[in-house]
Design a protein around this ligand. Structure first.
Ligand SMILES: Cc1cc2nc3c(=O)[nH]c(=O)nc-3n(C[C@H](O)[C@H](O)[C@H](O)COP(=O)(O)OP(=O)(O)OC[C@H]3O[C@@H](n4cnc5c(N)ncnc54)[C@H](O)[C@@H]3O)c2cc1C
Length: 480
């Protein structure tokens, strides 16, 4: 029998008390979407089913009781922490969804500088944790642009990556152990050890699950020594993206580990570096760590770059200054909102990855098709911001003037652009998601992304979430 909205609210109050169950209509409307629908949201247009309640949890036990109730009654839940998602992971795609918000689970449980790890509840802000660590001479090494917004649960759930990833890796390289709650109420804790060979690495069932398999309640991450005095910044202008990709590849395949290795095309670069790089691509590197290593890394990179005549060095301070202002906080989000409402010019992004052999083709074909096929485009560009031994990522940035009703913006502009990038990347054998997650808007291509390994993903979903209550439509599309 279908359970009514007021019965859902009553049960939630029974579990956590009435202070932490929110039913205010405006709050619920604002909780029915994420930044994928920011343009609709700025116009107070709500196209998603309004959730039944938003509930703030304070312990794994409370999450367990709520999930058991939702599972028994086939009620959809959307896990949430920092609310900075960009791909529709927070959209409440079905009626009567419960939003389980972990942002009040914000205790830093333990900072263990001998064993070099920190344990946090899911709602700990990355900015807060990293600031605290830096005061003591340590860092998480994790620095996504959303560092002031995102929280540990969401960062692990989306398989996030930070700007210093070339040295420290993505969150998957940092997570030591994790605690998660499954739809049947089971609380599962994976212990903290340096390595294990005891069967499959089940941390990866949890990391990147986007709230579609389980609820993350606690995370333990590695910490690193923080030595900012040794940082070296390098910047170069150049004429061609192809040359830039070649240089990035040379740096990576020869075993150097700068913390930052980024390549901007002319259009994207113009947004950031117009004061020193007019009509030029821009290459940026940063080396971190012990002095001997940073100096050797910087020297080697300069030597590699010097082989390419078109590269011209820029003053290092430009690069440092740019980094200092890169992250997004609530103030920048508010400024963006004002500008978008004033200009009707909207910017969005899509990030993909591929092996070195295909990256330039993906870059060229996507830029060409977007310019040709999408109306009202005012800017399209891209940068590579995370490189690996065997390839790199591409982060497409695009702006368009919205010449339609706010609720048509997604179907007229945002999705057609995403479709071009996703399809061209998949055709070239790349991955359609580098770090923002699948959310709900790349789910239609999930079978193509996985190929024959989709069997493993689908089996995980069926095993852990047989009633399909975990974030319906995220990663795996809702069957029509
Ligand atoms: C301006 C801006 C810059 C960004 N820069 C980066 C970047 O540099 N690198 C990067 O990787 N990402 C970036 N992002 C994307 C986003 O910040 C990350 O995906 C981040 O990890 C989300 O964390 P959150 O706490 O805000 O999660 P939320 O937005 O609350 O949730 C994100 C997803 O995770 C799920 N989820 C949240 N909490 C839990 C939980 N406890 N258990 C299970 N599932 C959960 C949600 O259901 C949702 O699907 C950026 C976003 C913005 C707006």
């Amino acid at each position: 029998m279908k359970i009514e909205r007021n019965q859902i609210v009553e049960k939630l109050i029974q579990i956590v008390g009435n202070q932490r169950v929110i039913t205010d209509e405006q709050v619920l409307k604002d909780s029915s979407f994420d930044r994928f629908r920011k343009y609709e949201g700025y116009h107070h247009i709500y196209t998603q089913p309004i959730p039944s309640a938003l509930v703030y949890v304070k312990s794994a036990q409370e999450v367990s009781e709520i999930l058991q109730f939702a599972n028994d009654n086939h009620i959809n839940v959307v896990p949430r922490t920092g609310h900075s998602a960009t791909e529709g992971g927070l959209e409440t795609a079905v009626e009567n969804t419960i939003i389980i918000d972990g942002s009040k689970m914000n205790n830093i449980v333990k900072i263990d500088t001998y064993n070099m790890q920190a344990t946090c509840q899911c709602g700990v802000s990355l900015q807060v944790l990293d600031d605290l660590l830096r005061e003591q001479g340590y860092t998480t090494g994790h620095s996504p642009q959303s560092k002031p917004l995102a929280q540990m649960g969401g960062l692990v759930a989306t398989r996030s990556i930070g700007q210093f990833s070339t040295l420290y890796g993505g969150i998957e390289d940092m997570v030591v152990g994790v605690e998660a709650v499954f739809p049947n109420g089971e609380i599962a804790k994976i212990k903290n050890v340096p390595r294990r060979a005891a069967g499959p690495d089940i941390r990866h069932v949890v990391i990147g699950n986007e709230g579609a398999l389980c609820y993350i309640t606690e995370v333990t991450v590695k910490i690193f020594k923080f030595m900012p005095d040794n940082n070296v910044f390098l910047g170069f202008t150049l004429d061609h993206m192809k040359t830039g990709f070649e240089i990035l590849r040379e740096v990576m395949v020869n075993g150097y580990k700068p913390s930052v290795a980024r390549l901007y095309d002319v259009e994207d670069g113009a947004y950031h570096f117009s004061h020193f790089a007019k009509d030029k691509c821009v290459l940026i590197f940063m080396a971190e760590g012990p002095k001997g290593i940073t100096e050797a890394t910087a020297k080697a990179i300069e030597e590699i770059v010097s082989r390419y005549d078109e590269c011209k060095k820029v003053e290092d301070h430009y690069i440092k200054e740019w980094f200092d202002d890169l992250n997004w906080d609530p103030k920048k989000i508010e400024e963006e909102k004002v500008e978008i409402l004033e200009t009707k010019n909207v910017g969005n992004t899509t990030e993909v990855s591929s092996n070195w052999g295909k990256i330039i083709d993906i870059y060229q074909v996507c830029i060409e098709r977007i310019r040709k096929e999408i109306p009202d485009i005012t800017m399209v560009g891209a940068h590579s911001s995370h490189s690996y031994l065997n390839g790199t990522n591409l982060y497409f940035v695009y702006y368009y003037d919205v010449n339609c009703k706010p609720e048509e913006e997604i179907s007229k502009y945002h999705l057609p652009i995403k479709k071009i990038i996703v399809e061209e990347t998949l055709n070239a054998g790349g991955s359609m998601c580098h770090h923002h997650g699948v959310g709900k808007h790349r789910a239609p291509w999930i079978q193509e992304e996985y190929g024959s390994s989709y069997y493993i993903l689908e089996t995980l979903k069926k095993a852990f979430d047989p009633n399909g209550i975990m974030n319906a439509g995220t990663i795996i599309p809702i069957k029509k």
